[in-house]
Design a protein. Structure first.
Length: 276
């Protein structure tokens, strides 16, 4: 073999050795790389049901990233986002679950809740009506439909939905509260009080029920009882703020009522007193 051929052979062997070393170095990290993340176990998931909305939104978003086909993660993410006030994103997330699982009732309900919360209940009615058809014995879709119908100015449909919900779940505090809030919105605080007292008497009544009862009482001038409820449930500064709000609204309503009929053309309307 000539010197040139020998040199070429040596160079080829050197390059082959270098290539093999590079391949070995490249392959090494693959052999030791961390395994793909797995979804959390049932106990961990259950523990997050007791966490605050921000913690739940982070956890369930990560679970959804691990498995985008997980409907539970999608619905729970939407719920947490709604509670954080991110209503548009919550609606989109819940709708995404329905794209994967068109029959998912929990996702239908969450779509409805998100659109109601963003003040655009019209866009959630179809999903809620689907939920009612898919689970006719479930009072939740009817309760939410009542809220949605009320928001789009269909009061008769709202009352019918709440009546049916109470037939399925008698004295349900959530349904009674929703119906009572609608009555207050119509200016009928006495009727709202009756419903809210029924709701507050139930074992499962929440703080929201009692706060709304205090509101209905305050709007009727029953300030002593309203204050007693607020001071039991709220810190002093929060109770004071709510009582000031009630006093302002009561005074404003009385001022509007006191305007003579002859001056009605120049009087402030109730909507203007509330700021439009």
């Amino acid at each position: 073999m000539s010197r040139t051929a020998a040199a070429a052979a040596t160079m080829t062997l050197a390059l082959m050795g270098l290539t093999g070393a590079v391949q070995a170095q490249t392959a090494a990290p693959t052999a030791t790389s961390a395994p793909a993340r797995q979804p959390a176990d049932a106990a961990t998931r259950a523990s997050y049901d007791r966490a605050d909305a921000l913690s739940r939104s982070v956890f369930w978003s990560q679970e959804q990233q691990i498995n985008p086909m997980d409907p539970i993660a999608g619905v729970k993410t939407a719920q947490a986002l709604r509670e954080l006030g991110q209503f548009d994103q919550a609606a989109e997330t819940a709708q995404g679950v329905l794209t994967l699982q068109p029959g998912n009732v929990e996702a239908m309900l969450e779509v409805g809740r998100a659109h109601i919360a963003r003040g655009q209940a019209f866009y959630g009615i179809a999903a809620l009506e689907q939920a009612r058809a898919a689970a006719p014995r479930d009072w939740r879709s009817l309760s939410l439909l009542g809220v949605a119908y009320q928001q789009v100015r269909r009061p008769d449909d709202a009352k019918a939905a709440w009546t049916e919900a109470l037939r399925l779940s008698p004295d349900n505090p959530d349904v009674l509260t929703n119906a009572a809030i609608a009555r207050m919105g119509e200016g009928d605080a006495p009727s709202a009080e009756i419903l809210l007292r029924r709701a507050a008497a139930q074992p499962g009544a929440s703080l929201k029920v009692r706060q709304n009862l205090a509101l209905s009482l305050g709007l009727q001038g029953k300030t002593a009882e309203a204050e007693a409820i607020l001071r039991r449930d709220l810190p002093p500064e929060a109770a004071d703020a709510n009582l000031r709000w009630l006093a302002e609204r009561t005074a404003a309503a009385q001022a509007v009522a006191a305007v003579p009929v002859a001056e009605a053309g120049t009087a402030r309307t109730w909507s203007s007193v509330q700021g439009g």
